[in-house]
Design a protein around this ligand. Structure first.
Ligand code: CA
Length: 241
């Protein structure tokens, strides 16, 4: 083949390519753009997923007659659905709560509300009735009792039957000598505070709580109560809002 022919052939080839290119290039670019947009969407979704779903419940949980710690006027309200019989709640109470308390509750930025969530049968119920009974005697001491109950939950075997009337009275006594133990025992035995526990159970059903602890911050349901950084970012956003 002469060099002239080769050139000629090349010329023909490049002409043919040039003819096909615009459509092909357009398809390729469109495809690349779709892939890029899809990648951005997926990366964005993955990033958001590692934080918290910011969807708010339609109506804030009612905290009327519920134990509240922190300033009434605090901009952020965190509702904890918890159970004295639940090991994760003990862990949350001992690991996550002290950090959030120091940073947000003690500084007046947030208040915390505790709702009894009876996921472990009769012992959960006894603990809840006792908690409500202490609350009815002294609103502030409820929080010391709450903390002491989680502290008294056995670490080795939480399934062991530990929430008994005697244990609850022992915990109450350790919290403060001002708690009337006779009245507390009567309230527990007669289930005097059962109506308050029932109100909590209605909230558990209304907000379809299926794990403890569950946190709701200004109506935003927190899916991972141990992800402190993302919880803080939700609280900070609410403070700034
Ligand atoms: Ca309650």
């Amino acid at each position: 083949m002469s060099s002239r022919n080769r050139n000629h052939n090349r010329g023909k080839k490049s002409k043919t390519l040039k003819k096909k290119n615009p459509a092909k290039v357009l398809v390729l670019y469109t495809f690349a753009l779709i892939v890029l947009l899809l990648a951005i969407f997926l990366i964005n979704r993955a990033t958001t997923g590692s934080e918290q779903d910011m969807t708010r419940v339609e109506e804030l949980p009612s905290i009327v007659n519920q134990p509240v710690i922190g300033q009434e006027s605090a901009k952020v309200t965190m509702v904890e659905f918890g159970d004295y019989k639940c090991p994760s709640c003990k862990q949350w109470s001992e690991v996550v709560y002290p950090q959030l308390k120091a940073e947000y509750i003690d500084t007046g930025k947030m208040k915390l509300v505790f709702i009894n969530t009876l996921f472990h049968g009769a012992e959960s119920e006894l603990g809840a009735i006792a908690g409500e009974a202490v609350f009815s005697q002294n609103k502030d001491l409820f929080w010391d009792f709450n903390k002491a109950m989680f502290a008294n939950q056995p670490t080795a075997d939480h399934d062991v039957n530990w929430i008994t009337v005697d244990k609850v009275l022992e915990v109450a006594q350790s919290v403060s000598p001002t708690i009337d133990l006779t009245k507390l025992k009567d309230d527990i035995v007669n289930k005097t505070t059962e109506p308050s526990v029932n109100i909590d159970t209605e909230l558990v059903a209304k907000y379809r709580i299926n794990q403890t602890p569950t946190l709701i911050i200004n109506g935003i349901v927190i899916h991972n109560p141990f992800d402190i950084e993302s919880i803080k970012s939700v609280i900070d956003k609410e403070i700034g809002a």
